[in-house]
Design a protein around this ligand. Structure first.
Ligand code: ZN
Length: 234
């Protein structure tokens, strides 16, 4: 896409899209109260607002290569830690969704580190997914390359859900029953979202019921078992 196309897009937005919804945008300027923190990959093929059919103001979005959430450290640092803390403490979000996606380049690099020889910063960043790499190495060694990538994408979402729970703000909100966590993957070519189902310990097509309040689990109900160490998610 040429930059010219972006400029004409902005002109269209200003002249038509904004103009047709002026009141909506003025209301937005007064503040935000999204109920969901949506964590996903920077990949250009993923559009959270398109997938969820949400409007500006409805999703607080955190994106990076590989939808990774570094585990909490008292030293702090990093935009991820700050964004999570703000989402929970400042915005009181009720849900955190970690959404991986098919054909994820970051996960490809995690399982084929040779691809990253010219990208030391990416290699460094992927160390936050070391648990995923080890699970792949030990449990899925004999699997074909493409299957390993699919499994890496799923296991990585579960690893990041675990990392999330090391954050004090997340742990406290879970303990209060004010927050639920959701592990999703998005299959680009199918246009379909899958959610991790703790009952069957696998990703299954997302149903509306999966996000209902009844499915809000608290920290005490965590099932720290096998595949998931996760438990409190849909
Ligand atoms: Zn990706």
């Amino acid at each position: 896409m040429a930059i010219q196309q972006l400029l004409s897009g902005v002109r269209h937005f200003e002249g038509h899209v904004y103009a047709a919804q002026r009141e909506f945008f003025k209301k937005l300027a007064e503040g935000q109260s999204p109920e969901t923190l949506f964590v996903t990959c920077s990949d250009s093929r993923i559009d959270p607002n398109l997938i969820c059919q949400t409007q500006p103001g409805e999703l607080f979005i955190l994106r990076n290569a590989g939808n990774i959430i570094p585990a909490y450290t008292p030293q702090g640092g990093g935009g991820e830690i700050a964004s999570i803390e703000f989402a929970i403490t400042g915005l009181a979000v009720k849900h955190i969704i970690v959404c991986g996606h098919s054909h994820c380049g970051a996960m490809g690099g995690l399982i084929e580190p040779k691809q990253l020889s010219e990208m030391p910063a990416v290699a460094d960043w992927l160390k936050h997914s070391e648990a995923t790499r080890r699970i792949l190495e030990l449990k899925y060694k004999k699997m074909s390359k493409s299957n390993r990538l699919d499994i890496a994408i799923q296991e990585n979402v579960l690893t990041q859900i675990e990392n999330l729970q090391t954050h004090p703000s997340v742990s406290a909100a879970l303990a209060m029953g004010q927050l639920s966590l959701h592990a999703w993957t998005y299959q680009i070519e199918e246009g379909r979202v899958y959610a991790y189902d703790t009952a069957v310990e696998q990703f299954v097509p997302l149903k509306e019921a999966d996000m209902s309040e009844k499915k809000t689990h608290t920290r005490g109900q965590e099932a720290r078992s096998a595949k998931s160490k996760v438990g409190n998610l849909t």
